[in-house]
Ligand binder design. Structure first.
Ligand code: AMP
Ligand code: MG
Length: 355
């Protein structure tokens, strides 16, 4: 699909923080360089992507950004038959395959974030995700016997990366990589790098809810996003201001199905092979690095509130908004940038302090 240019004179645009349809109005500043504002939207990596940049060369720069996304999709997609990941999965248990430096970098990062999060983030979880039908859109609860058989295939130690020779090998037949929890973040970092290299100092984009803000708005204020209410797609629980960083949300409300009255979502706890079940409904991670924000939002959601809070206490490079059934909790670093909105819902709010 080609860029569809949106009306440049639009008075407001919508930004969505990983929520299904919760809009936020970003008011345009009158001296905001309207004539230099360029917007575009496209569909790639199975999701809608929206861009706004301020530059007289914005139109050409956004075409370059789209090409960059297509290029990365051809490396990282699980479903595209000519992607490097597809080939790697196809040759599992059989043969190593040559991969690009970028695919190597992302696989290596995926493995290391897996270790760092005690296996909660797992790029080898694909066979289990497939068993739940999330890839074929034939969603169903698999037999326990099937989960027991597939879980041993989700061991990231069996992903062998040979950086010197530029090859990767999945040791066991039936193994497969799924970069669904990290690829959009990686793409966001690459696109931001390209936009900055082409001179963009003010812009933002959303890759299916993975938000990235470059610099600030032309009037010098921060970008703003609504953090969606996982219990009500039309509501939001607060507003987040951000600049020069990514905001990535993971939640069980984003993709799910119901069977026998129970809801099953798409984020799998690698310890059980079942959708992660804990008090968290959603997690938003704010981090300069979008790849890390993406992987961590998935991992923290799997961990549950206590382990995720302990993980945050040990790290200084990201902040989090946790949403449970009845609470919205923002970590200390977001004290001045997150504004809780509880008018239409029953959430209470608190700040999580550093110990
Ligand atoms: P996200 O929306 O970034 O939280 O990623 C969710 C997607 O990542 C799912 O649709 C799966 O493709 C994949 N996934 C599911 N569970 C995990 C997990 N525990 N670790 C890494 N990726 C996962
Ligand atoms: Mg993720």
């Amino acid at each position: 699909m080609n860029w569809k240019k949106l009306a440049a004179a639009a008075m407001a645009v919508f930004l969505c923080a990983g929520c299904s349809g919760t809009p936020e109005q970003v008011q345009e500043h009158p001296q905001g360089g309207e004539e230099e504002k360029h917007e575009a939207t496209t569909f790639a990596m199975d999701t809608i992507m929206m861009f706004t940049v301020y530059s007289k060369d914005g139109e050409e720069i956004l075409i370059d950004a789209e090409q960059e996304i297509r290029r990365l999709e051809h490396l990282l997609s699980v479903t595209m038959e000519d992607s490097e990941i597809h080939e790697l999965n196809h040759k599992a248990g059989e043969k190593e395959v040559h991969i690009s430096e970028e695919t190597m970098e992302l696989l290596s990062l995926g493995k290391s974030i897996g270790k760092e999060t005690n296996g909660c983030f797992n790029i080898a979880i694909s066979p289990v995700v497939k068993a739940w039908g999330f890839t074929e859109e034939e969603k169903h609860v698999p037999e326990q016997e099937e989960i027991d058989r597939l879980l041993p295939l989700a061991d990231t130690d069996d992903i062998l990366l040979d950086k010197e020779n530029g090859t990767a090998f999945l040791q066991k037949e039936g193994m497969a990589i799924d970069l669904g929890g990290i690829a959009k973040g990686y793409t966001a970092d690459k696109v931001a790098e390209l936009l900055r290299a082409e001179g963009i100092t003010s812009g933002y984009f959303s890759l299916g809810g993975n938000l990235m803000g470059i610099g600030q708005k032309p009037d010098g204020s921060a970008w703003k996003a609504a953090v969606g209410n996982p219990l009500d797609a039309k509501d939001y629980v607060g507003m987040l201001e951000f600049s020069d960083c990514a905001v990535v949300t993971s939640g069980g409300y984003q993709r799910y199905f119901e069977e026998d009255g129970k809801r099953y979502h798409h984020i799998i706890d690698p310890a059980t092979g079942y959708p992660a079940e804990n008090e968290l409904l959603a997690v938003a991670v704010v981090c300069e690095n979008a790849t890390r924000a993406d992987a961590l939002s998935t991992a923290l959601f799997v961990m549950g509130l206590d382990d995720a809070a302990a993980f945050w206490q040990k790290h200084n490079d990201f902040e989090v908004i946790f949403i449970t059934n009845d609470e919205v909790i923002a970590t200390e670093g977001l004290r001045d940038s997150f504004t809780f909105e509880g008018r239409n819902n029953d959430f209470t709010f608190r700040i999580m302090e550093r110990k």
